[in-house]
Design a protein around this ligand. Structure first.
Ligand SMILES: [Zn+2]
Length: 124
């Protein structure tokens, strides 16, 4: 029997999906949640997620796109809530608005891209 258990954690680039060294991806609530789900399903790979140096420009583009979407969806969720306050501040209305806000925010995850260490986005 071959005990081919590699305990060493591999670094995998999240863009080119190759084993490479790079800037580590920062843990955020989304990554932690995905990892917890995978662990529960027994699919945890234990890989360390990084972005390799060659893919930094691609990463920056995707991250920017996500942040832009997140901002717009956040605004939309906020507008939903304001509309609710003005139009029908009832308990049933609140439940609908809460669901609507969750759905809207979930859409922003379609373009989700994690932050990485050492690459602080410069905001002007
Ligand atoms: Zn890469």
């Amino acid at each position: 029997m071959l005990a081919k258990k590699e305990k060493k954690t591999k670094s995998v680039c999240i863009i080119c999906r190759q084993e490479k060294e790079g800037s580590p991806v920062l843990d955020d609530p989304y990554i932690i949640a995905v990892r917890a789900i995978k662990a529960r399903l027994g699919h945890a790979t234990g890989n360390r997620l990084v972005v390799c140096a060659a893919d930094i420009p691609k990463w920056r583009e995707k991250r920017k796109r996500f942040e832009k979407y997140l901002m717009w969806y956040g605004l939309l969720a906020f507008l939903l809530f304001v509309a609710f306050l003005f139009l029908s501040p009832t308990l049933v209305g609140f439940i609908y608005v809460a669901i609507g806000m969750v759905v809207v925010m979930a859409f922003s995850l379609l373009t989700y891209f994690p932050a990485i260490r050492g690459e602080k986005e410069k905001k002007q």
